[in-house]
Design a protein around this ligand. Structure first.
Ligand code: SF4
Length: 219
């Protein structure tokens, strides 16, 4: 049997960076799983004494809190800082970018449309940076746009792990619905490269095995 590896796979830049930060901060806790990989979370706990808390109340019981790669909501981050915690931000810079865009564009009066899963922590974090919740919407499909009170000007961002062609379809639908559309390419390159490599390998393989966390959008 011939076994071939995809051209692009494995931990991305943001995950490697977060693991490095966690390893350098023993006796800390991460607020939510640092990454979506149980084995790695267990390794950090066993070898580096990095714990895991799931709620703000639990996080407030610890001195040093690491923010997960997917980020957390703005109000939670502010609460941790206001409480005097040592906050180590391991949010991937590619996740911080859409947070900043959403904050700025919402301040400038744009309706915010986010292409992503509203239940995903990354998107909950990104949406929380909007200064106007009433004109901030999260969609998974262009068919959802017709029901939204979009207004004249819209800013569009995507979850970092979304597929570019689906993002393009949403942008194409929006551009004919509003007077002004600002589209920000917030899809992560690492994701894009993995998707391309997967597609390429799928075309020439009988069976593909993808090893990854079931709750990971990258998987
Ligand atoms: S945004 Fe990209 S680089 Fe950052 S953690 Fe997600 S997949 Fe990795």
């Amino acid at each position: 049997m011939k076994i071939e590896l995809a051209k692009s796979y494995g931990f991305c830049y943001g995950v490697k960076r977060a693991i490095d930060i966690a390893e350098k901060n023993p006796k800390s806790v991460t607020f939510g799983p640092l990454i979506h990989n149980k084995d790695e979370i267990n390794r950090l706990a066993n070898n580096h004494n990095v714990g895991l808390v799931e709620s703000l109340d639990e996080a407030l019981e610890h001195d040093t809190v690491i923010i997960r790669t997917h980020g957390i909501t703005k109000d939670r981050l502010q609460r941790l800082k206001a409480d005097g915690k040592k906050v180590i931000n391991a949010t991937c810079p590619y996740v911080t970018t859409p947070q900043q865009i959403v904050e700025k564009m919402s301040q400038e009066g744009y309706t915010i449309v986010i292409f992503g899963d509203e239940k995903h922590p990354e998107i909950q974090g990104v949406a929380s940076y909007s200064v106007a919740a009433e004109r901030t919407f999260t969609v998974l499909d262009e068919s959802e746009l017709s029901a939204l009170p979009l207004g004249a000007k819209v800013a569009l961002v995507a979850q970092t792990t979304r597929k570019p062609d689906a993002y393009q379809a949403i942008a194409a639908e929006l551009v004919v619905r509003v007077q002004e559309l600002r589209v920000f390419n917030t899809i992560c390159n690492a994701t894009f490269e993995n998707q391309e490599a997967t597609e390429e390998l799928a075309k020439k393989s009988d069976i593909m095995i993808i090893i990854g966390g079931k709750n990971s959008s990258n998987t």
